[in-house]
Design a protein around this ligand. Structure first.
Ligand code: HEC
Ligand code: HEC
Length: 328
């Protein structure tokens, strides 16, 4: 991970030439000013389409061993390729995107220096983007919780300290949100309600059906599918329906709304959802039980969740993108 590779990855993250029609760079759905996510409940899609899930933040994504809400990809390199080529995301053709890079003299030189190849290869573009994303991490000096863990006892307010105690005790959030990322990187069904957009809007229904087909479900399942089945798509085990990868709880202050389909608008809504024991689902985790929190306890939990974000969002200026030049 050299500085040059990270710098190249940054340009490519912003560069629409890594998409079908030049319009849909990674940054289109992972905007620094939106917490490196896209803050509508269901992400925007490639022009003319919508996505079918909430866009995850790429902050701290270098620490996950499984990516995406259903955890179906194992590395940031594979993930970048999946995003740039996916029909409701970048919708780019790999050989065409590679050609685009080869017509940018500055990129040709960058790839020569970094990867030692005469011309840019698209696989190396994914490596550079992955290297850039590995630098997008929470700075522990700026996160109250991390300051507290590093010995600064004044870093958390009284309310946040009570929230932490609830998190580890009565509310038992720590059963699934543990470790430095506050994620067990495992899969659970909570019964998050469906997003009603899929009942009323043709474009959303098109994306939903296309995903079922794409993920190879049986005709039976295809015809009756009315929910996002998460982990099931990879395993085809009915017990995995409705399970999603536990997300990190870092930087939540900047990444509302919440859950795989963005149906919970605020952190207070999230706490109300857990307080009620989650939603309805046949596979719901037995860890999801009504918590019996009073109003003050709910506020304390929200305050603690806020202490897991940096004091200020991580912002970044857009890089200048180098021009394409005709070959002589
Ligand atoms: C059209 C919108 C869109 C574009 C363009 C897009 N993404 Fe995403 N991204 C999403 C959505 C939505 C998800 C969640 C998808 C899922 O779980 O199926 C996601 C998930 C991710 C994740 C997973 C994070 C995690 O916690 O597992 C990473 C990393 C990521 N995108 C990086 C990229 C990169 C790199 C590019 C450019 C090559 C890109 N994205 C382009 C919308 C987009
Ligand atoms: C059984 C495991 C489990 C327990 C217990 C649990 N969570 Fe979660 N949490 C998850 C999973 C899985 C998701 C994603 C669910 C989805 O999108 O359908 C999630 C999502 C979230 C989100 C949304 C994050 C985002 O980026 O969208 C927040 C906030 C959250 N949990 C906080 C908590 C708090 C606070 C508690 C305790 C009151 C808690 N969780 C208890 C597994 C759990």
């Amino acid at each position: 991970m050299s500085d040059e590779k990270v710098e190249l990855g940054k340009k490519l993250f912003w560069d629409g030439r890594l998409s079908g029609d030049g319009s849909t760079a990674c940054v289109a759905c992972h905007m620094p000013q939106m917490g490196w996510a896209f803050t509508s409940p269901i992400s925007r899609g490639y022009p003319g389409t919508v996505h079918w899930r909430f866009s995850q933040t790429v902050l701290n994504s270098g620490y996950y061993t499984k990516l995406f809400w259903e955890g179906n990809v194992n590395s940031l390199e594979q993930q970048a390729k999946a995003a740039a080529t996916g029909a409701v995301a970048g919708n780019g053709d790999e050989s065409m995107m590679e050609m685009q890079l080869r017509f940018v003299p500055e990129y040709v030189e960058d790839f020569q220096n970094i990867f030692g190849t005469p011309w840019p290869n698209i696989e190396d573009a994914w490596k550079a983007i992955a290297a850039f994303q590995r630098t997008l991490v929470s700075d522990p000096d700026k996160v109250p919780f991390d300051r507290y863990m590093n010995g600064d006892e004044s870093a958390l307010s009284e309310s946040q300290l009570r929230g932490m105690e609830l998190f580890e005790g009565k509310a038992n959030c720590v059963a699934c949100h543990s470790g430095p990322l506050l994620s067990d990187q495992s899969f659970h069904a909570l019964g998050v309600p469906n997003n009603s957009l899929f009942e009323s809007e043709p474009l959303y229904q098109i994306s939903h059906r296309w995903q079922q087909y794409q993920k190879g479900v049986s005709e039976d399942v295809y015809r009756t599918a009315n929910e996002d089945m998460g982990l099931y798509y990879g395993t085809k085990d009915p017990e995995n329906k409705g399970k999603f990868r536990t997300p990190s709880l870092r930087e939540l202050k900047y990444t509302a709304p919440y859950m795989h389909n963005g149906t919970l608008a605020t952190l207070a809504d999230v706490i109300d959802f857990y307080d009620a024991g989650g939603g309805e689902h046949p596979n719901k985790s037995s860890l999801m039980q009504p918590l019996g929190l009073d109003e003050k306890e709910r506020e304390d939990l929200v305050a603690f969740l806020e202490a897991l974000s940096m004091d200020e969002p991580l912002l970044m200026d857009s890089p200048a993108l180098p021009a394409s030049v005709p070959l002589q």
